[in-house]
Each structure stands twice: as structure tokens, then as C-alpha cells.
Design a protein around this ligand. Structure first.
Ligand SMILES: Cc1cc2nc3c(=O)[nH]c(=O)nc-3n(C[C@H](O)[C@H](O)[C@H](O)COP(=O)(O)OP(=O)(O)OC[C@H]3O[C@@H](n4cnc5c(N)ncnc54)[C@H](O)[C@@H]3O)c2cc1C
Length: 353
């Protein structure tokens, strides 16, 4: 089999992969980006909230659905805490699709129904939609293939710890401008959420399977409570879920392989927010690839240092907070407001030394 040579092969066309493809192609590289999905961004596995700094990308992808102004955190005792938390609810399918379109407009080739199969350090093997196998010989390989990263597995990295999520789309009974967060021992290792999205809301939860492996029951109970309070409708209009990496940042450069987005563990281990880090790291990986192939031998290390500087401290703190909570789940301390306050970003205690 003759290998096709490209400058950069990117595995995954989610936010990280599409951002990397766009940046590298815009710098003149020959870029092939593959995704095993039949359609970019489908199915949506997301609560669809992004913070304000991502506004430009939201505009570019025409994916804005509604603005969010605050966060209402509900503590185990039922006490509520309101904080300012501006952001945007997006149409995640449109967001991902739009980013892939931008990558193609910059000159990247994006192939769907195409799976990464193997990497021998020189060549990547991919499986095309036809079922045929093809070898690709890239100068650099970018792993943007999500929390379970098959590329990371191929290069011998350990699996990342993940939190599992389950989410319903339900109708909203009235206009809503806050994200609601529910902290409770019913969602050990995670939390419950209600994110408004125009006439509907994403109602979901995450939990650590070591403490709770049945996510259906607590989600149905949360849904029932919201119905009884007259906030959402009883019909479930959509169901989704997925894994969120919670182990924090891992080593991002392995020879000619660069990791970004969820594959690099950039998702916030407490909030589960990963779209901004995916876009930022993907973009930076694409630029670093171009700089490196253009002769800057330090470009890959600089990429990793830059990501460490931008995300390292916040991720470290979040991992510490997760670790301290692990000692209390399913114990009486998990019912204490003070304990939960120390592990949620809306409270000063979270940021205490
Ligand atoms: C239920 C849920 C709710 C979330 N809500 C939010 C939120 O509201 N806000 C937020 O900021 N973050 C949220 N996140 C996290 C966010 O979705 C991720 O951090 C983000 O998608 C990471 O982008 P990525 O490009 O790194 O990975 P992904 O979006 O996972 O993209 C990886 C891509 O790689 C492809 N792929 C995987 N394996 C292969 C292979 N072998 N060959 C080819 N392609 C492959 C996949 O098909 C996929 O398209 C949520 C996550 C979940 C699960």
C-alpha cells in the first residue's frame, strides 16, 4: 500500500480538530482531518454552554441560540446562591459543523466516515467510508480525538479518568437566563445542570461510576422535581450523554504526535467545560505545527508550555478539589453545604489556598 504524504494528519473533527485544521491550513500546510462520524457534530453530546470569550467563534459559526447571564447554584440543603456568569448557549451541531466548514475554506481536507486505526510512529492507518484501509504518512500527527483518544492509546498513554453524563432535552415552561447547577450526593463526582436553550433546556448530570453507575434514576428524579416546580415539561424530547475527562492536563508532545482538546485532558475536571480549551488548544496546535515544519524547532515545546501556562493552574486546582471530594462521596459530609462550596467555582472557598 503506498502511503499518502501530508504535512499534518488530524484525527477528530470536533472543536479541537477543526480549529487545528483551520489554523494549519491557513498557514499553508497540506492538512488532512479525519473523523469517524458520518456527519460532523452529530450526535450532539453536550450541554451547549460556552463562556463569552468564545463569542467570535460563535459568530463565525452562526451557532448562538441565547445568552445566559447568571448561575444559580443549589446546595445540598436547598440554599441557593446566585452569581454573575455570562455566557452563550449554542447549537453545538452547528458550531462543530461551522468550524469544519471554516477549516475546509482555509484549504484543509476534512473526511467523515473515516476512522484512525493505527500509528506505527511513521505512518497512520485509516479506514475509509468504503471499508478500505489507507496509509497516511504525515510529518506531524495531531490527536484531537476526544476523551478516549485512540491515538493516545496507540502511543501508549494510559486511559484518562472520566466522568459519565446523561442528559435530556426538555421543554422550558418560561424564558430562562440562568444556568442552574445542583450540587448533591445524588450526583457523586459530578453535578446536575439545567441549561436554557430558547424554548428548551438541557437537563443533565454527571457522576463518577465508582460511586454511582445508574445515571438514569437520579436524572429521572431531577427531571421530576423540575416538572413539579413548573420549570420544564414532562416529555423528554432528546437524550444524550458522554464521557468527560477529569484527570487534568497530560503530556501533549510525543515525538511527532501533538495532543489537543479532550485528548490532552484540557477539559475542566470540576465543571466539565471543554469547548473553549479545545478551540484554543486546537488553534495553537495548528500554528505550532506550521511553525515547526517551517523550521522553528522549539515550536512544539512552546505549544505545550503555552497550554500549561494558560490552563495548568486552573486544571491543577480542579483536580485537587475533585480529589478532596472523593473522600466524602456517599458519606454524611457530602450533604454539607460548606463541603460542596469548597469544590464549586461559584464560591470564594473554591479559590482559597
Ligand atoms: C454531556 C456533555 C456535556 C458537555 N457540556 C459542555 C458544555 O456545556 N460546555 C463545554 O465547554 N463543554 C462541554 N462538554 C465538554 C465538551 O463537549 C468537550 O470538551 C469538547 O467536545 C472537546 O472537543 P474535542 O474536539 O477535544 O473532542 P470531541 O468533541 O470529542 O471530538 C473528537 C472527535 O474525534 C472523533 N474520533 C474519535 N475517535 C476517532 C477515530 N478513531 N477516528 C476518527 N475520528 C475519531 C470523534 O468522532 C469526534 O468527532 C460536555 C461534554 C459532555 C459529554
Amino acid at each position: 500500500m503506498t502511503a499518502q504524504k501530508v504535512d499534518v494528519l488530524i484525527v477528530g473533527a470536533g472543536p479541537a480538530g477543526a480549529a487545528a485544521a483551520r489554523a494549519a491550513a491557513a498557514k499553508g500546510l497540506q492538512v488532512l482531518c479525519v473523523d469517524r462520524r458520518a456527519q460532523i457534530g452529530v450526535p450532539v453530546q453536550c450541554a451547549e454552554f460556552v463562556p463569552m470569550p468564545l463569542l467570535r467563534t460563535v459568530h463565525e459559526t452562526q451557532s448562538r441560540v441565547q445568552d445566559v447571564s447568571g448561575m444559580l447554584t443549589v446546595l445540598p440543603s436547598g440554599l441557593q446562591h446566585h452569581s454573575v456568569f455570562p455566557g452563550i448557549m449554542i447549537d453545538r451541531g452547528r458550531f462543530d459543523h461551522g468550524l469544519a466548514d471554516l477549516a475546509q475554506a482555509a484549504g484543509a481536507v476534512v473526511k467523515t466516515r473515516t476512522s484512525f486505526v493505527d500509528w506505527d510512529g511513521q505512518c497512520a492507518r485509516i479506514k475509509l467510508a468504503s471499508g478500505e484501509l489507507q496509509d497516511i504518512e504525515p510529518q506531524l500527527l495531531i490527536a484531537a480525538d476526544g476523551p478516549h483518544s485512540p491515538v493516545a492509546e496507540c502511543i501508549g498513554l494510559a486511559h484518562q479518568p472520566v466522568v459519565y453524563t446523561r442528559q435530556y432535552t426538555v421543554s422550558l415552561c418560561y424564558d430562562y437566563a440562568d444556568t442552574d447547577i445542583f450540587l448533591s450526593d445524588a450526583f457523586p463526582g459530578g453535578y446536575g445542570w439545567l441549561f436554557p436553550r430558547g424554548p428548551v433546556a438541557n437537563l443533565g448530570l454527571g457522576a463518577d461510576k465508582r460511586f454511582e453507575d445508574n445515571l438514569k434514576k437520579p436524572l429521572e428524579e431531577l427531571h421530576q422535581q423540575m416538572v413539579e416546580r413548573g420549570i420544564v415539561g414532562s416529555e423528554v424530547l432528546g437524550r444524550t450523554g458522554g464521557a468527560i475527562p477529569v484527570g487534568g492536563l497530560r503530556s501533549m508532545i510525543h515525538g511527532r504526535v501533538l495532543l489537543c482538546g479532550d485528548a490532552a485532558g484540557l477539559t475542566h475536571p470540576i465543571t466539565g467545560a471543554g469547548i473553549p480549551a479545545a478551540v484554543i488548544s486546537g488553534d495553537a496546535a495548528g500554528v505550532a505545527a506550521a511553525d515547526y515544519l517551517g523550521g522553528d524547532s522549539d515550536a512544539l515545546e512552546s505549544y505545550e508550555e503555552d497550554m500549561q501556562d494558560q490552563f495548568g493552574p486552573a486544571l491543577c486546582r480542579a483536580v485537587q478539589r475533585r480529589t478532596s471530594l472523593e473522600a466524602v462521596w456517599r458519606k454524611p459530609a457530602a450533604q454539607e453545604d460548606q463541603v460542596m462550596r469548597s469544590a464549586w467555582i461559584a464560591f470564594d472557598e473554591y479559590f482559597a489556598a
